[in-house]
Design a protein around this ligand. Structure first.
Ligand code: NAD
Ligand code: ZN
Length: 366
């Protein structure tokens, strides 16, 4: 692969891997796979069946649902791979969003003690966030992402043009994760994110590269989630609670956006002022606009049980008995990991924060 500005190289403990970000590369990639001489097996989102089938490559199609990436569903898939002749020489080629990625990387890490694999993300979330970092996560029974491995692909090819067919809330959710990553990284990266128009294919390339460059920093300094990389959980403790309490009617990316708004409101409850940090106000306005991509957002927020949200929030496994572990924003605009003492007053402030976020959305223009 030749050097170009659309190319990013990520270092990991298992070696380096390249990410190429280029619009309309998808058909070309599929055509090249056939000529490559490598023993390929494609694992693709069912959504891409027609596009993949045209190229006559061995492929397994999977519905992108949480059930598909469960431990329960993997034996059938593994048997199917075996019956198609997959062996140590097989190179898995995954095509889809985070569900397909998680499943493919998990299987690639354990099938015959490990296969090489490549990934072509098809959702904005996959392109701007999950495609690098090497994590795989598998659901077990009711427990989401309980099992996992670190097994980065050999190569990632992102084609932002594919995002054009995504539902609006899915598209917006991916952009929210990119806003989160770039905001955590630096004022400059976040400013570049805000300045790009996601409706243009070229600008979306730039959004993807900018977000991946920011994420690359975190995963290279802290590959295994011990310190710096934890900051990328910004918005996720509140977000997971909102997602769960809405019974997943609020999708992940939108919930993260709402979760970030909650964490800012929580800081204000504790007397933090963001008056000196313009980027915080910019983030807030951006998120308020982006979460409106979810139809019936106000209705979903209205029907939430606050008790349920707070219970879920309090039971996050990152907290200790005496402290909540939260990713917050300091008055400078910097994202920080904070341990906040668990008191009645803290619980009151958490509840108030969710309230404040809901009022903020209710008073905004849809
Ligand atoms: N491994 C990681 O680092 C990591 C990080 C974040 C999230 N995840 C996981 O990713 C999953 C969510 O992934 P996701 O949000 O990327 O989406 P997804 O894979 O769940 O797909 C969402 C929907 O979009 C459809 N779709 C995919 N690409 C499309 C396209 N180009 N056009 C139209 N429809 C398309 C899918 O068929 C599906 O219906 C979750 O299970 C989450 O746990 C993993
Ligand atoms: Zn997320």
């Amino acid at each position: 692969m030749s050097e170009s500005s659309n190319l990013l190289t990520v270092s990991s403990s298992t070696g380096t891997y390249d990410v190429l970000v280029q619009s309309r590369v998808f058909p070309e990639v599929l055509a090249e796979l056939r000529e490559s001489g490598t023993k390929i097996l494609i694992l693709a989102d069912e959504f891409f069946r027609t596009a993949v089938d045209k190229h006559g490559l061995p492929a397994i199609f999977i519905e992108a649902t949480e059930t598909s990436k469960s431990l329960h569903a993997t034996p059938a898939l593994i048997e199917q791979m075996r019956s198609l002749g997959a062996n140590r020489q097989t190179h898995l080629f995954a095509i889809g969003g985070g569900v397909i990625q998680d499943l493919a990387s998990f299987i690639a890490s354990v099938y015959m003690r490990g296969l090489e694999w490549s990934y072509l993300p098809t959702t904005v979330l996959g392109m701007v966030d999950s495609c690098i970092g090497g994590k795989s996560s598998i659901n077990v029974g009711p427990y989401k992402n309980l099992l996992g491995t670190f097994h980065p692909p050999q190569r990632i090819l992102a084609d932002p043009a594919l995002a054009g067919s995504l539902p609006r809330d899915q598209f917006a959710g991916g952009l929210i994760e990119a806003a989160k990553i770039t905001f955590c990284h630096s004022e400059e990266a976040f400013a570049r994110h805000l300045a790009s128009d996601p409706d243009s294919e070229e600008a979306l390339e730039m959004i993807v590269l900018n977000s991946l460059t920011a994420k690359k920093h975190f995963i290279e300094v802290d590959e295994f989630d011990k310190k710096e990389r934890l900051l990328l959980n910004f918005g996720h403790t509140f977000g997971h609670a909102l997602e769960g309490a809405s019974h997943y009617a609020i999708p992940h990316g939108i919930a993260v956006g709402l979760g970030i708004l909650c964490s800012l409101a929580f800081q204000r409850q504790r007397g933090v002022s963001f008056d000196g940090a313009a980027r915080v106000t910019q983030l807030e306005s951006y998120l308020i606009a982006m979460v409106q991509a979810l139809d019936d957002l106000r209705h979903h927020l209205h029907t939430l049980s606050l008790d349920d949200v707070l219970e879920r929030m309090a039971s996050d496994k990152k907290h200790t008995a005496a402290h909540y572990t939260l990713i917050l924003v300091a008055d400078t605009g910097d994202v920080i990991l904070d341990r906040v003492e668990r008191t009645l007053e803290t619980d009151r402030q958490l509840r108030q924060a969710v309230h404040a976020m809901i009022s903020q959305i209710e008073s905004s223009r849809p």
